[in-house]
Design a protein around this ligand. Structure first.
Ligand code: PLP
Length: 379
């Protein structure tokens, strides 16, 4: 069995039967010729299946350790097709501090389909026990959460869900399979936005949902095809190319992020740094146990609140003020008015997303240069 680093590099290499290309060609064709009108070949129509998407799905399923994967047009499309597997009125428990877009689609679908949707603090074992009652259909987790980097104990949460008969889905976008594999803890579904660290170069939008049960893979592929929620050929090519360096990038970005978090935690103008790699972070022990690294993302609270935060992000030079995370280029954002603006102010307060919270995504620039930039913007 090869390591995940080797598997990531070799994904899709030497798979071209036509010309022996080392790197698989991009198949732009919408349709695939049939020999027999009653019998499709391996590929038939590109919405249903397409060679580049198939290679990417195979590579991601191998990295997450699942039976299969379905590539979607975005991370949100992956989350939305999962809801199609649930009956109307199903009870869903969702982490209260999940990605803002996740709450938006869950709220909208709950209204349409009568889901008994409960947002719970899944980092708190007692709250989790209260929420995950017998008959719960789905527990939806995100760990570490975005933007506060709060940790859910996957062993505990998944065992509680199994006792209640619930399926478990984990949004693994912040870490990717290079740093965390929720299926190893028993998660039934693992979702990643390919847009973030998996592609890693911020030049495409895509998503993936991996499933442990082959029947679930088939059902998700059915919905992706029926709804046309699939990704395009060029995006699959870019994501597969990005995936080859994912383990190396994830390690380098995690190392830089830890160095920067340590540096910031000693700065007099920084009131708090949320980074699970810091020993005094409340989720540090859980993160060290269930993750292979601490990831590129951190958030901070500055002395001076909202106004100081606004000035800080506008003074930074090497951190571009933009949504998204995980790319090779460092980014900064104010979640309250950017990634999490779709949440109500009450939901934001509950999730610990204050108006002055700053989120940093650490890229591949030199950490010394990044620290110098942070110092000048704080000074
Ligand atoms: C960005 C993000 C998503 C959504 O992915 P898109 O590709 O933008 O649709 C979902 N979950 C998390 C944690 C994210 O950061």
């Amino acid at each position: 069995m090869t390591t995940s680093r080797t598997r990531a590099v070799r994904a899709g290499i030497n798979t071209d039967p036509g010309h022996g290309a080392v790197i698989a060609p991009v198949h732009v064709s919408a349709a695939y010729r049939r020999e027999n009108p009653a019998q499709p070949g391996q590929f038939d129509y590109a919405r249903t299946g397409q060679p580049g998407r198939a290679e990417l799905a195979k590579a991601l399923a191998a990295l997450e350790g699942t039976a299969g994967a379905v590539i979607t047009a975005s991370g949100m499309a992956a989350i939305d097709i999962l809801l199609n597997l649930l009956p109307n009125g199903a009870r869903i428990i969702c982490a209260h501090d999940c990605y803002g877009g996740t709450r938006r689609i869950f709220d909208a679908r709950a209204g349409q389909r009568g889901f008994d949707l409960v947002y719970a603090d899944c980092t708190d074992p007692a709250a989790l026990r209260r929420a995950v009652t017998a008959g719960t259909a789905l527990l939806f987790l995100e760990t570490p959460s975005n933007p506060r980097l709060r940790l859910t104990d996957l062993d505990l949460a998944i065992s509680l869900a199994k006792k209640a008969g619930a399926l478990v889905a984990v949004d693994n976008t912040i870490l990717s399979p290079a740093l965390q594999r929720p299926a190893e803890f028993g998660a039934d579904f693992v979702i990643n936005s390919l847009t973030k660290i998996i592609n890693g170069h911020s030049d495409m939008v895509g998503g993936v949902i991996c499933a442990r049960d082959p029947g679930h893979v088939e059902a998700l592929a059915w919905w992706a095809n029926a709804a046309g929620a699939v990704g395009g050929a060029f995006d699959a090519f870019l994501a597969l190319r990005g995936l080859r360096t994912l383990p190396v990038r994830a390690k380098a970005q995690s190392d830089s992020a830890l160095e920067i978090a340590r540096h910031l935690s000693h700065h007099p103008r920084v009131l708090r740094v949320d980074y699970p790699g810091l020993e005094d972070h409340p989720g540090h022990a859980i993160a060290a146990r269930q993750q292979d690294g601490f990831g590129p993302l951190m958030s901070l609270e500055l002395d001076g609140g909202t106004e100081a935060a606004r000035q800080f992000v506008q003074t930074l030079q090497l951190f571009t003020l933009a949504q998204s995370l995980g790319g090779v280029e460092s980014l900064c954002s104010i979640p309250a008015t950017m990634t999490h603006a779709a949440m109500t102010p009450e939901a934001r307060i509950e999730a610990g997303v204050g108006n002055g919270l700053v989120r940093l995504s650490v890229g591949l620039e030199s950490p010394q240069d990044l620290c110098a930039d942070l110092d000048q913007a704080l000074g």
